[in-house]
Design a protein around this ligand. Structure first.
Ligand code: DCS
Length: 480
């Protein structure tokens, strides 16, 4: 008799869901690590796991919130600065019983107020805390929204390709259809609206109703930043095509060039004025996992809804209530991120110095990596303008593609496995993010310590040279 949880009888959508960031390469790297090999885990954008230090002030505040009895200790002032003590008291007063109590399912009202003030300062337009929900990292928010949009397999979501596989995975899980739109590698991973129109037309011809569009800005895995004119065009497009826009802006602090500073989709929408600003349905996502915070393990995030009718907001609230409460310490981190120290605060200078040094170092690492990849004869790589990743294209010789086929592997998986075995560098094959036929990439984070970076790139180059020596022939490379 087949039991309900026997593999052949569980939900097909669960089985169909793929998530490459923790896929075959990651499993092999974990095995090698167990065997004692030194592995450089550049497969996940997990800054603290690669040595990034936590910012001092937020940890002090949350430590005090977790151990409020320390606040009654006469020596507390010797260990903690007065502003951390004051801030801990502030957050504890906002909770309904400290960090051990559930909060409202949308998050602590006082923290949502702080998020609303942050958004207003950033964009120049006020927002309503009732339209901001705190979540366990941005992932949960994305899933809540996709769950609300997708009705069945005829509902399509436009997703950039290459994309961070949270989107493909969640769409499969909820039984919807992913409608890909390809980013233009030759145009620095830019958007081509003709291509996007064709994607929509092709989906519609198959009976799919395209309901929403995802943008990741700055991009993962592609590292591009969207310019303001592009976002304007994008919003106009969503308006014309009646698409909700899901703006994944989790990397908004991670910017490594000055020409295209981060501009939120929401600011551009309000700058455009009516009718768009009153019509386009926009959901924006943010997190404490990225930027100079990098607090991935704390699981703090939010989403903000623009132009959603109150009845829909109520339904999303109802579904959030099933999980009772987002993680409360994560909410405090979010409060601290959106309401940081100000000039004149006791801990301000230290906080500034810590956060600046993380960002400056990431900027340098983005250059070292891009230059390192581009110095290899068969590798081309766009500069990491933002986010935390480098996504070089590897031009594979036909013989390597044949060898991969014989080994039963996709060519990029084959290459990344060989790289892992030879160097301990654990990457994610480009196919995990989707790519055009016959083009191969890998993704690596730019997170290894700055001082280790030259050696890592040296080791990559050495591997790549010997790989090419082994497989190079005169039939040319996979196309660019
Ligand atoms: N959106 C994007 C574009 C991301 O890259 C990530 C995480 C998330 C959302 C979700 O993050 P949180 O749930 O922690 O807020 N990026 C993964 C990645 O590609 N590597 O590490 C994690």
């Amino acid at each position: 008799m087949v039991k309900p949880l026997d593999h052949e009888s569980i939900n097909e959508n669960v089985k169909k869901t793929a998530y490459a960031v923790r896929g075959e390469l990651y499993l092999r790297a974990s095995e090698l690590q167990k065997e004692g090999k030194k592995i450089i885990f550049t497969n996940v954008g997990n800054p603290h796991a690669l040595g990034q230090k936590p910012l001092t002030f937020p940890r002090q505040v949350v430590a005090l919130c977790q151990a409020p009895f320390l606040l009654d200790d006469p020596n507390v002032g010797l260990l903690f600065p007065a502003d951390a003590i004051a801030r801990a008291k502030h957050y504890l007063a906002l909770t309904s019983g400290g960090l051990g109590a559930y909060s409202d399912s949308r998050g602590i009202p006082g923290v949502r107020q702080e998020v609303a003030e942050f958004i207003e300062r950033r964009d120049g337009y006020p927002t309503d805390p009732e339209l901001i929900f705190l979540t366990d990292g941005a992932s949960k928010g994305v899933m809540q929204i996709l769950n609300a949009i997708i009705r069945d397999e005829n509902d399509g979501i436009l997703v950039p390709v290459p994309q961070y596989p949270l989107y493909s995975a969640a769409i499969t899980l909820f039984g919807g259809s992913l409608v890909p739109y390809y980013l233009e590698e030759e145009a620095n991973w830019g958007l081509d609206f003709n291509t996007i129109r064709q994607s929509i037309a092709s989906a519609r011809s198959k009976g799919i109703t395209v309901r929403a569009m995802v943008i990741i800005n700055p991009g993962n895995p592609t590292g591009q930043c969207l310019s303001e004119p592009t976002i304007r065009e994008l919003l106009q497009f969503c308006f014309m095509e009646n698409l909700a826009l899901l703006a994944d802006e989790v990397y908004q602090q991670n910017i490594y060039q000055d020409e295209k500073p981060f501009v939120s989709a929401r600011k551009v929408l309000f700058d455009m004025g009516p009718p768009l600003s009153k019509e386009v349905q926009l959901i924006s996502f943010h997190t404490v996992s990225k930027g100079y915070w990098g607090e991935c393990g704390q699981r703090g995030g939010y989403f903000e809804m623009t132009n959603l009718p109150p009845k829909t907001v109520d339904e999303i609230y109802k579904v959030a209530s099933i999980a009772l409460s987002p993680n409360v310490p994560g909410q405090i981190f979010m409060g601290l991120m959106v309401n940081p120290l100000k000039p004149g605060d006791i801990s301000y200078l230290k906080f500034e110095q810590e956060s600046k040094s993380v960002l400056e170092s990431l900027r340098k690492r983005a250059h070292i990596m891009t230059d390192g990849f581009n110095s290899c004869r068969n590798v081309v790589c766009n500069f990491t303008e933002g986010a935390m990743y480098s996504f070089p294209q590897i031009r594979l010789p036909a013989r390597a593609i044949e060898a991969a086929k014989n080994a039963g592997k996709a060519p990029d998986v084959f290459y990344c496995l060989k790289l892992l075995e030879a160097t301990g560098i654990s990457t994610v094959p480009g196919s995990g993010f989707g790519q055009k036929d016959g083009v191969f990439h890998l993704r690596t984070t730019i997170l290894p310590a700055e001082e280790d970076m030259p050696a890592i790139m040296e080791s990559f180059k050495k591997f790549n040279d010997s790989f090419m020596e082994q497989y190079e022939d005169y039939r040319g490379y996979s196309r660019m």
